[in-house]
Design a binder for this molecule. Structure first.
Ligand code: LLP
Length: 415
């Protein structure tokens, strides 16, 4: 559910015409709906209201500090994967005691930063990392709370690039070894405190069953650890709940909630969730302007001023994003590729798509661009990154300026 709709022929973000925003801030621009963000957070939170839980919004999905702050004000914690994300989260007002730190390659300076900040826990992904955290905590005379991210060898049934819970993936530690590491840490790594078990199996999951399969395995691990006298207070389920981009039947958080709550009955843990996409995906659009249209010998092309550097998902995962005209017109539909100005054939937003007859100067909304849109954008082809705008009711605010040419060469110097 989101708040991007047509009113008569014009496309609106909440109560403001997208056309008006584009006129004022230019294109390409990312437009987020704050009402959608808060609604998504509330829906997830309500799904777990009957059990102790903590939502740690996954910063990587959309890391603008205004987006983070919107969730933090609702009580959210954050899931971070770098020192940079920690910095952003703190700037946005995150409570350190609600921060979990995931990722396979935490650097020593990043671990130190997180320890000094006093985060809730590290989600540890390798035996070497565990020892490194212990060493740094000792140097800082601190105790580091941790969970091991277990790799349950469960197929998330999603795109292979975003599937993370299989043995062949780089993530986490396999069950048997994970248990050994907890025991080793208990006996030998005195600056560590085990407080949880973590498991994240992938992203854009549209079925509940892989989550339940992973949960069953995680429950067994918790039981084993408790027998060994290791106190497990938190069960971190990671993120991964999918959304509807086209016609996927993505489960509502309440359905996910019911399944998780029933599976964890009597487990006596606080559940942690790291949702990203489900919070922000459908709360954002990318608005682009048509520069040119051309009829190739085999195809029609609609060339926009946005490109794969602004939204990389179609190029990277061949993913589908709906495309809507910002002002509806009544002409005959055409079949076309929507492409950007970048010098690569992989620079496209849609292929062989049935679309209204866009012409030069028309605006289009590329839907479901709130997650892994701006946060994965780049300056490829020396294109300044797009402006980001937050809409609240009939008002909007620029939450990140469009980059300038000067920004492009920031820090560069002649040799
Ligand atoms: N927790 C961990 C440890 C993660 O690695 C991720 C995402 C999340 C939580 C949040 O997952 P979500 O709820 O958003 O599915 N760029 C890709 C998605 C990469 C996901 C990476 N990890 C895309 O555009 O589809």
């Amino acid at each position: 559910m989101h708040f991007f709709t047509y009113k008569k022929n014009k496309f609106y973000a909440e109560d403001i015409a997208v056309e008006k925003i584009a006129k004022e801030v230019g294109t390409p621009c990312y437009v987020y709906s704050q009402k959608t963000l808060t609604r998504h957070y509330a829906a997830f939170d309500e799904a777990f209201e009957s059990v102790p839980h903590l939502i740690c919004y996954s910063v990587k999905a959309n890391s603008n500090i205004a987006v983070l702050n919107t969730f933090i004000k609702q009580g959210s914690g954050v899931d971070i994967v770098s020192g940079g994300e920690l910095f952003r989260a703190l700037k946005a007002g995150a409570n350190p005691k609600k921060i979990v730190y995931s990722g396979v390659g935490k650097r020593e300076d990043e671990i130190e930063y997180a320890l000094k900040t006093g985060i809730l826990m590290f989600n540890v992904e390798s035996p070497e990392e565990l020892r490194t955290i212990n060493k740094i905590a000792g140097r800082l005379k601190k105790k580091a709370s941790f969970a091991v991210r277990v790799n349950p060898n469960v197929d998330a049934k999603t795109h292979p690039y975003i599937s993370t819970g299989l043995k062949k993936n780089k993530f986490g530690i396999a069950t048997e070894q994970a248990i050994k590491e907890y025991i080793f840490a208990k006996n030998n790594l005195k600056n560590l405190v085990p407080i949880g078990v973590d498991c994240h199996i992938g992203s854009q999951l549209t079925q509940i069953s892989p989550f339940v399969d992973a949960l069953k395995k995680t429950k067994n691990i918790i039981a084993t650890l408790r027998k060994e006298g290791i106190d497990v207070k938190y069960l971190d389920m990671g993120g991964g709940l999918g959304i509807t981009y086209k016609d996927e039947d993505a489960p509502h958080p309440s359905k996910y909630g019911k399944a998780v709550i029933s599976e964890t009955k009597g487990l006596d843990v606080t559940l942690i969730f790291e949702p990203g996409r489900v919070m922000v995906g459908n709360a954002g659009i990318l608005v682009a302007k048509v520069l040119y249209t051309k009829q190739g010998t085999e195809k029609n092309f609609i060339i926009t001023d946005a490109a794969m550097n602004d939204l990389a998902r179609p190029s990277l995962y061949d993913s589908y994003h709906a495309i809507k005209p910002v002002r509806k017109n009544s002409g005959k539909e055409i079949i076309a590729d929507v492409v950007g100005p970048i010098c690569e054939s992989g620079d496209f937003f849609a292929k062989d798509r049935e679309l209204p007859p866009f012409k030069s100067g028309d605006l289009m909304a590329i839907m479901s661009a709130g997650a892994y849109g701006f946060s994965m954008s780049s300056n490829y082809n020396s294109r300044p990154r797009a402006v980001e705008v937050m809409v609240t009711g009939n008002k909007f605010k620029i939450i990140r300026d469009r980059e300038s040419y000067k920004d492009l060469i920031k820090g560069e110097r002649l040799s």
